[in-house]
Design a protein around this ligand. Structure first.
Ligand code: PNS
Length: 162
């Protein structure tokens, strides 16, 4: 048994939400070290650059000691080998997430048999929350302050002249 397991929480985090932070807090209580690995999702058009997303995430998790923020390009399976990890954390909000997550978990395990994906459920307060929903609400003039960490709220307003 490996007692020094590093878990990786990958995602596009465009932008990070309180739902993401809830998952990070839970993962940080289970694993000695958690790396938040931010990348491009080629199926999505991102509002924030990779560097902006890394900066927002770093500010948002600065108080959690065993959490680091990193970025990567290419396959998650290759990134995991590079940092000597085999645990992927993903949040599961509702049944609608399941098909995509199931496909990704099994594809990653096909690429590397050692990879295990562990799903964590956020607090029920956040089961309806997503980065796309935050962007839509903000774009339509709605109040999104309670859905994102303060660091994200400030940067979001500056970027979009809100
Ligand atoms: O937050 P997202 O956008 O749902 O995260 C999806 C992400 C970034 C984890 C996924 O697209 C990914 O792992 N991208 C890296 C490239 C890769 O490995 N693709 C094959 C995944 S099975």
């Amino acid at each position: 048994m490996n007692t020094k397991i590093t878990a990786v929480y990958p995602g596009s985090f465009d932008p990070p939400t309180k739902g993401h932070l809830d998952i990070i807090a839970r993962a940080s209580k289970i694993f000695p070290k958690v790396i938040i690995a931010i990348t491009e999702n080629y199926n999505k058009h991102h509002m924030f650059s990779l560097q902006e997303r890394v900066d927002m995430m770093k500010e948002s998790v600065s108080s959690i000691k065993n959490v680091e923020v990193d970025s990567f390009s290419g396959l998650l399976a290759d990134y995991l080998i590079n940092i000597d990890s085999f645990i992927v954390i993903r949040g599961l909000r509702a049944l609608s997430d399941f098909e995509y997550e199931f496909q990704m978990a099994l594809m990653n395990r096909t690429l590397n048999q050692k990879i295990e994906t562990i799903f964590l459920m956020p607090d029920q307060l956040y089961t309806f929350l997503s980065s796309s929903m935050v962007k839509e609400i903000a774009g339509l003039g709605g109040d999104f302050k309670n859905f994102v960490p303060d660091a994200v709220y400030k940067r979001f307003k500056i970027k979009n002249n809100l």
